[in-house]
Design a protein around this ligand. Structure first.
Ligand code: SF4
Length: 257
């Protein structure tokens, strides 16, 4: 588990906070989060999904002191880096990138070529989950752009949760929003977004594991095609043993990396 500074609130306190925020707007939830957890609040923005861009735009108007981080897996699309640089200029801030402890070359030497094609859970553990642990170290709470309408697993999440995996509070301001609301905010407010979205990439991760999807297909079906996997391991509850959990193999990989 990540070494964070936050004491775990009681289940009742978290449930009460979540219930009180259910009818609030994402902006109101972010304002509450900044009051409660800043300093020590951080926003995860992948530059590969529209929800993160909405939250980035909102947090820049609410509290510019909140750290914005992304996971640089070494396999991001050029369009993703381009968007990162464009928003850094637009909002005049510096997103903090966290990279794997090993390079792609070192990974290939240790685990063989194209690990993502044989064991994507292990690859995600090395290039996403472990860097995410470092990004959250010392923080009190993190803000995520995940929504209840994205996957079955996310359908029951709370707005405020205790993140067992990373050992701090997790806040999901867009839990009640839909894809349509996210895009409406983006167009209404002129928020930059990843240009791959206009080329049939509704969900954008690493180049190795992201494909364009056909109109009408599940928006996340372009991720990890050929595998029964829809999550990179960042948003799967600790101890959950299903196809989305990166499991002991992934943890072993992190420990050895
Ligand atoms: S998305 Fe693919 S390439 Fe990126 S870390 Fe996960 S398995 Fe590796």
């Amino acid at each position: 588990m990540t070494q964070t500074t936050e004491q775990q609130p009681s289940t009742a306190a978290l449930a009460a906070a979540s219930a009180a925020l259910e009818g609030k707007t994402p902006e109101e939830i972010l304002q509450w989060a900044a009051r409660e957890y800043q300093p020590g609040l951080t926003l995860a923005c992948s530059f590969g999904g529209p929800s993160g861009m909405v939250l980035l735009d909102m947090i820049m108007q609410i509290d510019r002191g909140v750290e914005v981080f992304y996971l640089d897996t070494d396999f991001l699309f050029p369009e993703t880096y381009k968007l990162r640089d464009a928003v850094a200029k637009k909002y005049d801030f510096q997103p903090v990138g966290y990279m794997s402890l090993i390079t792609p070359v070192e990974q290939a030497a240790k685990y063989g070529d194209a690990l993502w094609g044989r064991d994507p859970d292990k690859c995600c553990a090395i290039r996403k989950v472990e860097p995410n642990e470092r990004a959250l170290a010392g923080k009190r709470a993190w803000i995520s752009g995940i929504r209840r309408d994205q996957t079955k697993q996310r359908a029951n999440m709370d707005i405020v949760e205790w993140d067992e995996k990373f050992g701090l509070v997790k806040i999901n301001p867009l839990a009640n929003w839909t894809e349509a609301l996210v895009w409406k905010y983006i167009f209404d407010n002129g928020v930059p977004y990843n240009e791959l979205h206009d080329k049939n990439y509704p969900s954008i991760g690493c180049t190795n594991c992201t494909k364009a999807v056909l109109p009408g297909e599940d928006p996340r079906s372009g991720r990890w095609q050929g595998f029964d996997k829809t999550e990179c391991g960042l948003h799967v509850p600790e101890g959950q043993t299903n196809e989305h959990d990166f499991g002991p193999e992934g943890r072993e990989a992190m420990a050895q990396a």
